[in-house]
Design a binder for this molecule. Structure first.
Ligand code: 5GP
Length: 119
């Protein structure tokens, strides 16, 4: 499993060392607006635990953490009003995925037609 770097930006956000625009929080997850939004709605949802990516999270997180993160994603979609017209959920991982921040996160993008991503 990868080693978690607790100096990454999202770890600092979780510790309150860097401000963020929080849209939703529960015991296991925090959701905040992306600093460089790519769509009218662009929210990042992160687990509060120290997980680098999906594989790390799936292997080591508790069921409560997994459920908490999934529920946070669904709750954000509801609160941001993108459920009806649709949205895209993306999680970049590793070098090929061009993951910038090594703390698991899902991007929720919506509020405009996003176009086809896969052909
Ligand atoms: P990744 O490529 O890792 O999936 O994307 C990381 C995302 O985090 C990028 O979309 C970037 O704009 C966002 N980001 C980077 N630094 C900060 C920050 O300090 N605050 C917020 N809210 N978002 C950030």
């Amino acid at each position: 499993m990868p080693t978690y770097d607790d100096q990454n930006i999202f770890a600092k956000i979780l510790r309150g060392e860097i401000p963020n625009d929080t849209v939703y929080e529960n015991d296991h997850a925090l959701a905040f607006r992306d600093i460089r939004p790519q769509a009218p709605v662009h929210v990042l949802i992160i687990p509060k635990g120290p997980y680098v990516d999906f594989a790390h999270f799936a292997a080591e997180a508790s069921e409560a953490e997994i459920i908490g993160w999934m529920r946070a994603i669904a709750e954000v979609c509801k609160m941001e009003g993108v459920e009806a017209d649709g949205f895209r959920a993306i999680s970049n991982a590793g070098v090929n995925g061009v993951q910038e921040v090594p703390h698991l996160h899902v991007h929720i993008l919506g509020g405009r037609p996003l176009g086809r991503m896969l052909q």
